[in-house]
Write a new protein. Structure first.
Length: 290
C-alpha cells in the first residue's frame, strides 16, 4: 500500500509539473528583439543616403567595433512619416545635470554585435506596416590603428555621436576621462592598448548621418538619427505567436575619417591629423519572424 501511495504522488507531481511547463509556454508573450550588426563591406553612404567616396584631402580606415549604444528607436510606415510620428519604441534616459538636456551616458545600454539591444513585447508595438527604421546612435567603441614616429599602434576609440551627452567620468580600459558635463556630437577619446597614452577631443568636421528620405522626412541638425529601409515591409498584425527579430546592419566601411597631413593613408595625430568624421555609413534593416 505504501508503494502504491508513493506511485500516485510521483504521477501527480509529474502531471502538475507538465501542466506548469505547458502554461509557461502558452503564457509566454512574443517579443520584438533588436540587434546590431557591423558590416565592413556594406556600401558607404553620405548624409542623403547616396554612395560616398573619401575626399582627396582625407583618409579613412574601417574600425573594429567593440560596442554601440542608441538613444532612440522608431518604426516608420512610409517615407513621408515625420520623425517622431511613427511607432517610437525606445527613448533613452536624459538629464539636465550638465545644463541643457542631454543623453545620460551612465544609464546607456551598450551592446556588442549580435547582442539584444531591445526586447519589447509585441503587444506594445502598434499594428501596421512599416517601411523604415530610424535609430539615433549615441555611442561607439572601436579599435583603430595609429602611426607615431614610424610605429603602428593599436588604439581604442570611444565616440559620442548623439546630439548631446552628459558624462561624469568615462573609461577606456584603465584610462579615465573625467568630464562632469555635456559634450556635443563629435566628442571622442582614445587610448593606446598597450602603452600609457590617452587623449580626447572634439571632431573638427561633421558626423555623417545617412537619411535616404531626407527630402520627405528630414532629421534635426546635430542628431544622429540613421534611417534605413526594409527590403519588404515589416507587418505587425497582432496575431504573432513567436518573436520578431530585427537586425540593424550598420556600414562601418571607412567610417573613421581624418584630414591628412602626410598623405600616407595612416592616422597620425602627432602630425596634426584631425578626426573629421566618425559617423556610421548606412543602415540596412532586416527582420525574421521565428
Amino acid at each position: 500500500m505504501r508503494n502504491l501511495k508513493v506511485f500516485f504522488v510521483l504521477v501527480l507531481a509529474s502531471v502538475l509539473f507538465s501542466c506548469s511547463d505547458d502554461d509557461t509556454i502558452l503564457n509566454s508573450e512574443p517579443n520584438l528583439i533588436v540587434r546590431f550588426k557591423f558590416d565592413p563591406n556594406q556600401v558607404r553612404l553620405n548624409n542623403i543616403g547616396q554612395p560616398s567616396s573619401i575626399p582627396a584631402e582625407n583618409a579613412a580606415q574601417t574600425p573594429i567595433f567593440n560596442g554601440i549604444s542608441a538613444h532612440y528607436f522608431e518604426l516608420a510606415p512610409t517615407a513621408y512619416t515625420q520623425l517622431g510620428n511613427g511607432t517610437v519604441l525606445y527613448h533613452a534616459p536624459e538629464t539636465d545635470a550638465g545644463g541643457n538636456i542631454a543623453i545620460d551616458f551612465d544609464q546607456a545600454i551598450v551592446v556588442d554585435e549580435g547582442e539584444a539591444f531591445l526586447k519589447i513585447p509585441l503587444s506594445q508595438v502598434a499594428q501596421g506596416s512599416y517601411e523604415y527604421v530610424r535609430v539615433s546612435l549615441s555611442y561607439q567603441n572601436f579599435g583603430v590603428s595609429i602611426l607615431n614616429n614610424g610605429i603602428n599602434y593599436d588604439a581604442t576609440v570611444v565616440s559620442f555621436v548623439g546630439f548631446n551627452t552628459y558624462l561624469t567620468t568615462h573609461y577606456i580600459g584603465n584610462n579615465s576621462f573625467p568630464v562632469n558635463g555635456n559634450r556635443l556630437q563629435g566628442y571622442w577619446a582614445f587610448a593606446l592598448n598597450d602603452y600609457p597614452y590617452a587623449a580626447s577631443g572634439q571632431s573638427s568636421g561633421t558626423t555623417t548621418v545617412p537619411n535616404p528620405i531626407a527630402n520627405t522626412s528630414p532629421i534635426p541638425a546635430g542628431s544622429c538619427v540613421v534611417t534605413g529601409k526594409f527590403v519588404n515591409n515589416l507587418v505587425i498584425n497582432g496575431t504573432e505567436k513567436q518573436d520578431v527579430e530585427i537586425e540593424l546592419s550598420l556600414s562601418i566601411n571607412n567610417s573613421f575619417e581624418w584630414n591628412e597631413v602626410n598623405f600616407d593613408g595612416k592616422y597620425e595625430p602627432a602630425a596634426g591629423e584631425n578626426v573629421v568624421d566618425m559617423g556610421l555609413r548606412g543602415l540596412i534593416p532586416s527582420f525574421r519572424k521565428n
